[in-house]
Every structure is written in C-alpha cells, then in structure tokens.
Design a protein around this ligand. Structure first.
Ligand SMILES: Nc1nc2c(ncn2[C@@H]2O[C@H](COP(=O)(O)OP(=O)(O)OP(=O)(O)O)[C@@H](O)[C@H]2O)c(=O)[nH]1
Length: 615
C-alpha cells in the first residue's frame, strides 16, 4: 500500500516538475520573442553607414570566429581604381558581361530550414549564420571591380519579415511603380513559367518555398502612365508570361470617397464603371481587384489541397494553417515607397497602415482580415540587391530616403536626364540655360543648371550666401518621386526597336522620344532641339571661327553659315568682330587663293586641338 502511495507521489512530483519546466521554457521563449519584437526595426541599406558596418562586422566576428576568421570581408572595399582608368564604353560593356555572368548570384537571402520544435536561440543562430553567408557572397561580388552592386537591405530583421510574409501567403503580390516596373521588380520572387532573363525557374525563391505559389505583379501608380504606354507594358508582360494588373491606389481611394480622380493626363479614372474594354490596360477598381486576388489565391489553395499528399514537411507546416482556416492569404511585397500601404488601405477601405512619401515607413508586417475568405499581409519595403541602377537612381526613385542624401547634384542629374527640359521648365516656371553652341543641343540640363535656376527663381540662398542647392534638390526629388515631374519608362523592346510612337503621347504631359529632352510636352521638338542637326554645322563653324582655320572651311558653306549666324540672336553680339575677320579671309579666298594655303597649313595643328573636346 505504502509502496503504491510512494510511486503515486513520485509520479505526481515528476508531472509537476515537468509542468513547471514547460512553464519556465515557454516563459523564456516568450521573453526572447518579446525582446526580439521590441527591437526597433530600421532599414540598413548603406555600407558607408559606419555604425551599421561595425555592428555587422562585430556580428560576423561573433558567428564566424571559429569557422571563418576572415568575416570582415563584409566591409565594402572600393577597388575601382583600374576601372576608372578604362574608357566609359569599355567599362559599360565589361560590366554588362559580368552582370550577366553573376546575375544568378543576386538572390534574396533564404531562410534556413526550420521546424516548430526549434528553440528561439537555435532559430536565431541558424538564420544569422545563413544571412551572414549571404552577405559574404554579395560582399565578394562587391569586390569585383567590374560590377556595381547597388545598396541593398542589410538588416536581417527586415528580411525575416519578408520570410514570414512569403511563407504565409498563397498568392504573392509584388507591388511595383508603374513608371519603371522593371526597376522595382525582383525576379527571384517571381513565379513564371517563361524564361526569366536572370534566374532559372528552379532557383526562384517563391518556387523553392512552394512550387504552387504564384506571383502577381501589381503595377501601382498606373495613373501616372498614359494608356498607350500601359498597352506596351501589357504586351511585354504577356510576352514574358508575367501575371499582372494595372492599379492605382490613389484612384481607388478617391473612388471610395466618392471623389472624381483625374490621372496625370487629365483623363478621369472611374475604375468601378469600366469604360475600357481592354482588360489588359484597364486600371482595376477596388472590388475587381479583391475578386481577382481571391480567385487567384483560391486556385492556388485548391491545387495545394490536390497535391497535399505529395508535399514535403516544410510545405505542410505553413500551408496547413491556411487550409484549416479556409482562408487564402495574399502577401504584399516590394521596394519601399511603391505604394503597398496605400494599396492595403484602399483595399481595406480605411486607413490601416501609415502612408508617406518617405521610404521605409512600414517596419513590421501586418495582417489584415478582409473577409472570412481573404487575409492580406503587408510586408515592410525591401531594397533588393541589384546591379541595374546607381545609388542616385535609387534616391531619385524614392527607394532610398531623400532626406539622408549627401550627393544631391548626382541625384538631381537623374531627374534632369529623365524629365524633358520643357516639362521641367513648365512645371517650375523657370528657364534653363541652353546648351552652349559647341555642345550637343539635345543634351539634358546639368543638375547644377537646374538647381541654380530653381534657387534663383525661388530665392533660396544658404547661410554662406550661395544658392541653397540642397533645399532645391530635396524639393525637386520629392516632386519627381510624387509624380509632379512627369516621367515614365517604356519596355525594353520599345527602346531596342526605337519605335517612333508619337501617337502614344498625344494626351501625355511629355514626350515619348527616346531622347527625353529632345521634345516638348506635345511631342514636338523644341526650336533649339529641332534645329540641332540643322545648326550643328554652323555651330561647329562658329567655334572654328575663333581659329584661323575657319576661313578655309567657311568658304564652302558661307551662305548657310552666314544666314544662320544672322538669325541666331546669341551670335549677334560677337558678329562685328567676326565679320571683320571673315571679310578679310573671304576677300583673300576670292583673290589669289593664298589664304586657303595658309589655313590648310594651320589646320593640321588646330583641328586636332579643337576637335578633341567635342568628341
Ligand atoms: N500617384 C500615385 N501615388 C501613389 C499611389 N499609391 C501610393 N502613392 C504614393 O506613394 C507614396 C508611398 O506610398 P506608401 O503606401 O507609403 O508606400 P509603401 O510601399 O507602403 O512604402 P513603405 O512603407 O516604405 O514600404 C505616397 O506618397 C503615396 O501617396 C498611386 O496609385 N498613385
């Protein structure tokens, strides 16, 4: 009897002990999770940020102290010396070759295998190790002097948010800015059956997670694109087997509030009453997009349940949650500032997530229940690693914060290169200095010209008494990001074919010409640029007139050159001096021909010295 009682006591004690241990473990796990969640999530994209470098280097040392003593390779070593010495064109070609070679290395970090039985510490250590390995691989690419790797997200916690959203989602919606969809696209996250330029299908992360997942490209801010350009993009997406839909979170929000919404081309967007038959170019309304998202996601879950038996453990763990809940999950991912939160707010019908033009506002992913069948998941914006753009392009594209930039002239040059001269002048009511007579007349304005013209028109002066270019640069860049300064890209095929599509820009704010600064907002070449070719010879002669060589060359084209000089106002001031010289030379040319011989002798020297700068 006593023995039985003792055994029962022992069992009871063991059960209580086990229970207490479980409580302690779960408390600890909870504390660790709580601490992890309390960490302020801040995007780190810049390796020149010394704190980030030191922090990450220290982290690397901690993790790699045993198996990798050279973990400090994470620091970006700028070894571009040799490249600088190369010719620009040669450098560009080399870079393209290298980019093609290493394109498949531009992967987003993979979450290492995990299961629910792992402790928080084990999970954290595995993820940190895998992440640092990924960063080391990218650091190796950065060391390649022929490659230019743009700033990318270096905060593991932000990537963790993406991993969670990807794992939960049946359908992944990649939100891109309609003005340059390819810039904001991450092929590694796409699921498509056609050949993607960079990454073989089986290497795509979306596929690795679950081959039944799908990615939909949500081309947001479509209100900033004319319909003709939407059509070209639609063709491009079809050709590349990319699932897409045009959307405008702004138009959808306005429609919900019952306000009329005019796009940039003064056409009213009425998404709920489709007047356009063409579903490819149509900007979807809120209801339509919700139905589309739900149906796409339902197809995926139906396929998943059919394939349930064949799936591996990893898939079961993530997808079971959804099938039990009988809800489909749609995850929104993309670069910062492309309009993910605006889209979610428009779909939810109320402000659920913060919206601002400053990138990186969304810090943690959010889950929003739309209905019993549909859940949306908003991921923080992520800067994916890429070769294709410069830091300045990323600032101008709104991906890196404008307020933190230091090289404002370089970033503004991106704007000046892309927005037609006339559009800049009309938007700001300023006059930009014309190119000098010896310069290419269709060249874009220099950022210094734009900034100074802007500062002088607004009276922006810094404390040093110089034009406040920093202030002007911020305003111009914000206008560019917000769409006040109109611009958009065309699909690559269009550029290659150099198609002249003047009809595409009839209603647009600006030119569609491949040389953006060559035409006015109506698509007509401006006086200066239209006459660029016509004037080129006279401009060249105008330069040459400063030299004695001009006499000989001008004699051939004298009537044309004289006429142009007479009609061109900026040449009039110099006319008396030149006229005097020219009359002397022409007179001699008409005489015994001696000056021709003299000029010919001198030209051998002078031509070489003056032609070089124009090349
Ligand atoms: N013209 C236009 N602007 C839009 C549209 N959608 C969003 N925007 C603007 O784009 C900017 C960024 O929008 P957000 O919704 O905060 O972008 P996000 O992708 O959530 O940004 P992060 O929080 O950094 O990830 C804001 O200034 C929006 O007003 C649109 O459809 N049309």
């Amino acid at each position: 009897m006593g023995g039985k009682k003792g055994a029962a006591d022992g069992l009871g004690r063991a059960l209580i002990k086990n229970h207490n241990q479980m409580v302690r473990d779960s408390k600890e796990k909870g504390r660790a999770l709580h601490l992890q969640q309390r960490r302020v999530l801040e995007s780190v994209t810049d390796v020149s940020d010394i704190d980030a470098v030191l922090e990450k280097a220290a982290e690397a040392d901690r993790v790699y102290s045993f198996d990798n003593p050279s973990a400090n390779v994470l620091i970006n070593i700028d070894s571009s010396m040799n490249m600088d010495e190369m010719m620009e064109e040669e450098r560009g070609n080399l870079r393209k070759q290298e980019e093609a070679l290493y394109a498949s290395s531009l992967r987003i970090p993979r979450r290492p295998p995990w299961n629910a039985r792992m402790s928080v510490e084990e999970l954290d250590a595995n993820e940190t190790k895998a992440f640092l390995e990924w960063r080391r691989n990218l650091a190796r690419l950065e060391e390649n002097e022929k490659l230019l790797l743009t700033p990318f997200e270096k905060n593991l916690d932000i990537w963790r948010q993406l991993w969670r959203v990807l794992e939960r989602s049946d359908l992944i919606v990649m939100v891109v800015d309609a003005r340059d969809p390819l810039f904001y696209r991450c092929p590694d996250l796409e699921f498509c059956t056609a050949i993607i330029e960079f990454i073989a299908n089986d290497q795509q992360y979306a596929r690795e997670l679950d081959e039944l997942k799908k990615t939909l490209l949500l081309v947001n801010k479509a209100d900033l694109l004319p319909i003709s350009v939407r059509r070209h993009w639609a063709e491009y997406f079809h050709q590349h087997d990319i699932l897409f839909v045009f959307w405008s979170a702004k138009a959808a929000s306005a429609a919900m509030e019952g306000k009329p919404f005019l796009d940039q081309f003064k056409e009213e967007i009425t998404p709920e009453q489709p007047i356009q038959e063409d579903l490819d170019t149509k900007i979807y309304g809120r209801e339509e997009i919700l139905v589309r998202l739900q149906s796409e996601a339902e197809v995926i879950t139906a396929r998943k349940s059919r394939n349930n038996d064949n799936r591996g453990g990893k898939h079961l763990e993530t997808s079971n949650v959804n099938s039990i809940a009988k809800q489909v999950v749609v995850g929104f991912v993309g670069y910062p500032n492309v309009g993910k939160s605006s889209t979610i707010n428009a779909l939810v019908g109320q402000k659920r997530t913060g919206v601002t033009s400053t990138p990186g506002k969304t810090k943690h992913f959010q889950t929003i229940v739309i209905s019993d069948e549909l859940i949306l998941c908003d991921c923080p914006g992520l800067v994916f690693p890429s070769f294709s753009s410069s830091r300045y392009e990323m600032i101008a594209s709104g991906v890196l914060p404008i307020d933190r930039m230091t090289e404002h002239r370089e970033a503004v040059q991106v704007v000046a290169d892309r927005v037609p001269r006339k559009v800049i002048e009309n938007t700001y009511n300023i006059t930009l200095p014309r190119p000098k007579s010896y310069e290419r007349q269709s060249r874009p304005p220099l950022s210094s010209e734009l900034l100074r013209a802007y500062c002088s028109s607004r009276g922006y002066v810094s404390s040093s008494g110089l034009p406040d270019e920093t202030k002007a640069a911020r305003i111009i860049l914000k206008d560019y990001v917000d769409g006040r300064l109109s611009h958009y890209e065309r699909p690559p095929r269009d550029k290659d074919a150099e198609v002249n599509e003047a009809d595409d820009i009839v209603n647009s704010n600006f030119s569609s010409d491949d040389e953006p600064n060559a035409c006015d907002p109506d698509g007509n070449c401006t006086n200066v640029e239209a006459g660029a070719q016509e004037h080129s010879l006279s401009n060249l002669l105008d330069d040459l007139k400063s030299f004695e060589l001009a006499g000989a060359l001008a004699s051939k084209n004298a009537p044309v050159a004289k006429k142009k000089a007479a009609t061109s106002s900026h040449k009039r001031q110099k006319k008396p001096q030149r006229k005097k010289d020219r009359s002397w030379r022409v007179g001699n040319d008409d005489g015994d021909g001696m000056p021709v011989v003299r000029a010919f002798q001198k030209s051998a020297v002078n031509w070489a010295s003056i032609a070089a700068p124009n090349r």
